[in-house]
Ligand binder design. Structure first.
Ligand SMILES: Cc1cc2nc3c(=O)[nH]c(=O)nc-3n(C[C@H](O)[C@H](O)[C@H](O)COP(=O)(O)OP(=O)(O)OC[C@H]3O[C@@H](n4cnc5c(N)ncnc54)[C@H](O)[C@@H]3O)c2cc1C
Length: 386
């Protein structure tokens, strides 16, 4: 196992200070190892996650070589040739587990933002004190964007949040964590080959969730009530002005509709599995409130906005992969983690084999199946049937 940094590198180096997992502690489980602390319904801090993964690495005796950066993987007649900062390796099979979130995705028009407005990605952001005083424009209303907008608003800065397509979820539903429902109802376990529009499912934005002791819901209504100004999707920069899409009403009703459908699925599951009596009564959150007049443009030269935080998602980095396995958008082509090039596998990507694939909770089932294929490949000396 080659790791360019240290064990749990992404959790140590690429997250902000206040971040906690949005998945509850009982969902922190890795093969043969799970959370056993006193608070199964709590949410780990980054230090706790790093400790959790470090303990797993030690207990499982994973043969990790840290500080080894892979700079190239290319195919040879009988396998792969791997070049690292610490030498060359030849092997028959390679598992790409380099993560789905190696780089922040920032739109190209960010280059047209006036130079005196500071720009940050979630990789640069640590806490509000590092930002200049004054207004902040947070771009993107998925997990990262809503969490940073809330934290910046609490710090006393005026916050504007640019909202595109998003996934609205309440923190709890009928008395349980919403991710308990995702798991129990089978939604999270839905397999990649049972999903109608897999490409879309793999691109879905992360849910608007935050892990707090109070188990608070952090949707757009909560943010608007806290004083965050909502504007539409940021579409372009013209003459130093940010231009936002109209149609917030449609964006909100789509998210509300998808949420209602999901809650219907949970209720249906509760009904057919005799869980109705135990759970609280079905709930339907109030629709997302549409601002009376959302601004369509904002002058970035006026001094109103002093910093922009790009919470516009993350992408993987395969700059080191010298095997023709990427599509036009730079995404790795694979069938449930089995890449077209024999002996090449992937783990930890969105909806790799199940909806929960890119969460800690999802790795065990995926790893068992992908490594099963790999073991058959090595045993057979050729590509086995999936
Ligand atoms: C902001 C944020 C919050 C998240 N919150 C949650 C959450 O609450 N719950 C949850 O379950 N999941 C969460 N996730 C998803 C989380 O990333 C995954 O669950 C988990 O980290 C995936 O582990 P991984 O090992 O596949 O990828 P990563 O954790 O990204 O690890 C990949 C490793 O590969 C190394 N690497 C990459 N390229 C190379 C190379 N060329 N050579 C050598 N080493 C390399 C990296 O240094 C890194 O350590 C979150 C993700 C982000 C970005």
């Amino acid at each position: 196992m080659l790791e360019r940094g240290e064990v749990a590198n992404s959790w140590r180096r690429e997250r902000w200070d206040s971040l906690r997992l949005l998945t509850p502690n009982w969902q922190s489980r890795l093969p043969g190892y799970h959370y056993e602390g006193p608070d199964p319904d709590g949410y780990m801090t980054m230090e706790e996650v790093a400790g959790f993964i470090e303990r797993f690495a030690a207990l499982s005796r994973a043969p990790v070589r840290t500080g080894v950066n892979v700079t190239s993987v290319r195919r040879t007649d009988d396998g792969y040739h791997v070049t690292t900062g610490r030498g060359e390796i030849r092997c028959r099979a390679v598992v790409i587990a380099s993560g789905a979130c190696n780089r922040p995705a920032v739109p190209a028009f960010s280059e047209a933002v006036p130079a005196d407005v500071e720009q940050l990605t979630p990789f640069d952001y640590r806490d509000p004190a590092k930002l200049p005083d004054g207004g902040v424009l947070v771009v993107g209303a998925s997990a990262t964007g809503v969490q940073l907008a809330a934290e910046l608003q609490r710090s006393g800065r005026p916050v504007t949040l640019a909202v595109g397509e998003h996934t609205r979820l309440p923190r709890t539903y009928r008395g349980r964590d919403v991710l308990w429902w995702m798991d129990a109802s089978g939604v999270w376990g839905q397999r990649y080959d049972e999903i109608d529009d897999l490409t879309r499912a793999r691109r879905l934005p992360s849910p608007q969730l935050v892990g707090t002791e109070e188990r608070t819901t952090l949707d757009l209504n909560a943010l608007a009530s806290a004083g965050v100004e909502l504007v539409g999707r940021w579409a372009a920069v013209r003459d130093g002005r940010a231009l936002f899409s109209g149609g917030l009403r449609n964006v909100f009703s789509l998210a509300d509709l998808k949420l209602r459908r999901l809650l219907d699925t949970f209720d249906e599951w509760a009904g057919t599995h005799g869980y109705d009596a135990e759970a609280g009564p079905p709930e339907r959150p109030a629709p997302t409130r549409v601002p009376e007049s959302a601004r369509l443009r904002l002058d970035l030269r006026s001094g109103e906005i002093r910093a922009i935080v790009w919470a516009t998602g993350f992408r993987p980095d395969y700059g080191w992969l010298d095997v023709p396995a990427l599509d036009a958008k730079g995404q790795l082509g694979h069938e449930g983690g089995v890449v077209g090039s024999p002996g090449l596998y992937a783990l930890g990507l969105p909806v790799l084999r199940r909806r929960k694939s890119s969460f800690i909770y999802g790795i065990e089932d995926d790893a068992r199946e992908v490594i099963g294929h790999l073991a058959r490949y090595l045993a057979a000396g050729q590509t086995p049937t999936p």
